[in-house]
Design a protein around this ligand. Structure first.
Ligand code: ATP
Length: 280
């Protein structure tokens, strides 16, 4: 389905140009006609309508949508955990047919193994993939330092706060140096203040590591704060309601939330959720 452009009546000010898609190349993530219908004993559950879009290499791309519209399904399709019903997903120009090493995934809860210390948890993908421990140990420690967890390597997960655990899970997703980070409501379980701090931290990590990030959130301000572009989904079966370009300069601090461009974008995206019945 072709992303919908804003009608003239809903056109924002010139500085809030709405883009349907940027021209993409073979790098990044490309979805062509990707749909998903779950086959269950009680019948078919159409979850995603055919989607076409491209996420550029190094882009911070955020997806917002109503509950149950297929956001997590989208993430599973890109990571290769689920096959699409129609269409194809290309990651770095390669068709995704199975779980692949090009992604690191962060879930809503840190999901650290309670019996492994923090360093051991970060090293889990390396141990599972049987990669060279010595080489990646250096990287794991450097990542922990990057997220402010230096000195906590030997602690067990319960000895850390929720925000610190989530930072460790981000390190775990990055330790094998994937090109892409997929994040499913990564800060949904955190209190508001910690969540804001984690957002600032995540942007910094993304800038330093130059990863392509696809993040799912229910928070529209969070989406606008973080993203280069925001994809708004319709209700299930999910389709693209619109894709917004976020022209706020980087680096961004929390002060950007007071910028009129920020508030206008938040309001425009919120309108999708308050129109009758469906998202658009
Ligand atoms: N394994 C499955 N079998 C059948 N239906 C499923 C399965 N997984 C998800 N669904 C259905 O597909 C739809 C999309 O689910 P998904 O988890 O992708 O939505 P979501 O947008 O991530 O939801 P939320 O925002 O509440 O986390 C939902 O209606 C869900 O019930």
């Amino acid at each position: 389905m072709i992303p919908k452009k804003a009608s003239p009546a809903e056109q924002p000010a010139a500085h809030l140009r709405l883009v349907s898609d940027r021209v993409g190349d073979a790098s990044g993530i490309k979805l062509s006609g990707v749909s998903k219908t779950y086959r269950t004993r009680d019948g078919d559950v159409p979850s995603l309508r055919p989607l076409d879009f491209h996420i550029n290499d190094g882009e911070f791309f955020v997806v917002v949508g109503p509950s149950g519209c297929g956001k997590s399904t989208l993430l599973k399709l890109i990571s290769g955990l689920l096959p699409p019903t129609t269409g194809e997903v290309l990651v770095e120009g390669e068709k995704v047919t199975a779980p692949h090493g090009n992604v690191g995934i962060v879930f809503q809860n840190a999901l650290l193994l309670p019996w492994r210390n923090i360093l051991g948890n970060v090293m889990l993908p390396i141990d599972m993939k049987r990669l060279g421990r010595d080489e990646y140990l250096v990287r794991a420690k450097a990542l922990l330092k990057l997220v402010g967890l230096e000195g906590f390597e030997k602690k067990l997960p319960w000895q850390l706060s929720g925000g610190m655990q989530q930072r460790a899970s981000i390190c775990r997703a990055l330790v094998h140096d994937p090109r892409i980070m997929l994040m499913d409501e990564p800060f949904g379980a955190l209190d508001a203040l910690t969540r804001e701090r984690m957002n600032v931290e995540l942007m910094r990590i993304q800038r330093e590591t130059r990863k392509t990030v696809l993040l799912i959130t229910h928070s529209i301000p969070e989406a606008v704060f973080l993203a280069d572009r925001v994809l708004v989904m319709t209700e299930r079966p999910g389709a693209i309601a619109a894709i917004y370009d976020i022209p706020l300069p980087r680096p961004r601090s929390l002060d950007v939330m007071a910028d009129p461009v920020f508030t206008e974008l938040v309001q425009r995206i919120r309108k999708h959720f308050f129109s009758q019945g469906t998202l658009d």
